[in-house]
Write a protein of this length. Structure first.
Length: 395
């Protein structure tokens, strides 16, 4: 049995660090491990405290989309410096809503992206199927305005658990958000009030890779440090693993996943769990029959076009993957061959390829494997310590 203690949640840490920075009371945000994304948020919040306008986001979409509305609410002029694919990732229609409510921004795609002016309260209309980070960013900002606001969703909200996480974290810091039939009502003139300590919970998004490894590894894998009652959407990995036929159990040592009698293909709606699609694709290759992943079109605007990157990577390893307009169709039931692949500078693709090595007869050489530093710098070290890296080479 392989035993792994998971690092703290990147999503939870982003939110807690921002709320703590907006509070007058000191708050110790406790978390294990770090990543380039978290370091970007910490650096930007440090710049805010010091009155500097230069915000260095790296490749962190969360940092940019959370802090951009916040700078408007605080009336701060700011320059957001971005790297990698982040300048090309969409900001519309959040961009237009900020401009319609008192802010002036430089053209999208320009680096640095500048914002100035004072954000005003009012009605903000946003679709729910582009990025939940737009809604979370406004939920951090709107309570600070001198007047009440509302967010009206013009389409069904996807990645709902991430917005629920934001609301829960805000509540720990004294901010109240009201869900309405059409979106969210936000009372203005609220004050952030920090607890003395905030403990960041374990990261279900990163744990998915190890839990999935348990379903394809003799003896299974136990992951500790996870909150079974978490609002993180990727907790759904347990239900999916069980539906596919893996054995899942919870005990004092953590959550254990074992292969069971063998995996079978299923149909998966990825609208609420987009980050899980890479590792679910690996499970699909192991499972008998066909696995179809639907409602995953937003993956095309991540660190890579993930639907294309998943297809290219797993096909190169010997899998049968068909790329669909908004999903994937995967034929499983056989081992892979191994190959040299590229991560597309995408942490999730690098991690996916590493777990796929467990079902390869040859070596998997991962180019730009350092992409994992975006969310999990110690990922390959953890694999090595657990004895799960025998088929992996990095370059």
């Amino acid at each position: 049995m392989k035993n792994i203690r998971i690092i703290s949640s990147k999503s939870d840490a982003h939110r807690a660090l921002i709320c703590a920075a907006l509070s007058k009371e000191p708050c110790r945000v406790i978390y294990s491990g770090t990543s380039r994304d978290i370091e970007a948020t910490e650096a930007c919040l440090g710049a805010l405290r010091e009155g500097r306008k230069e915000m260095y986001c790296g490749e962190s979409g969360s940092t940019l989309r959370f802090l951009l509305p916040l700078m408007g609410a605080l009336g701060h002029q700011a320059e957001f410096h971005m790297e990698g694919r982040l300048p090309q990732r969409p900001l519309s229609p959040l961009y237009e809503e900020l401009e319609a409510h008192g802010c002036t921004l430089s053209p999208q795609g320009q680096v640095p992206l500048t914002i100035e002016g004072q954000l005003q309260p009012g009605t903000y209309r946003l679709p729910g199927n582009v990025s939940s980070q737009y809604i979370s960013g406004l939920l951090f900002a709107l309570p600070l305005l001198d007047g009440d606001s509302e967010i009206l969703l013009t389409s069904t909200l996807e990645s709902t658990p991430y917005v629920d996480m934001t609301i829960k974290t805000l509540s720990h810091f004294g901010i109240r958000i009201e869900k309405t039939s059409g979106g969210y009502a936000v009372r203005g003139n609220q004050t952030y009030a920090a607890p003395k300590e905030y403990m960041v919970e374990g990261d279900w998004s990163n744990a998915c890779f190890f839990l999935a490894a348990g379903a394809i590894t003799e003896g299974g894998v136990t992951v500790s440090g996870l909150n079974p009652d978490s609002l993180q959407g990727d907790k759904a990995i347990l239900d999916i693993l069980q539906e596919m036929g893996a054995t899942v159990s919870t005990g004092p040592a953590g959550i254990t996943v074992q292969p069971g009698e063998g995996l079978c293909g299923i149909t998966i709606d990825a609208s609420q769990i987009p980050d899980m699609v890479p590792i679910l694709s690996v499970l699909g290759l192991v499972a008998s029959g066909t696995t179809e992943i639907r409602n995953a079109g937003r993956l095309r605007i991540k660190e890579s076009d993930r639907l294309s990157a998943i297809t290219m990577t797993l096909t190169a390893l010997g899998g049968q993957v068909e790329e669909l307009p908004d999903g994937l169709r995967i034929k499983g039931g056989r081992r892979l061959t191994g190959a040299t692949i590229d991560s597309h500078n995408d942490h999730r693709i690098a991690m996916m390829a590493a777990i796929a090595s467990l079902i390869c007869d040859g070596k998997v050489t991962i180019g730009h494997a350092e992409a994992v530093e975006k969310s999990y710098p110690d990922f390959f070290d953890i694999l090595r310590e657990a004895g799960l890296d025998e088929n992996i080479e990095r370059k």
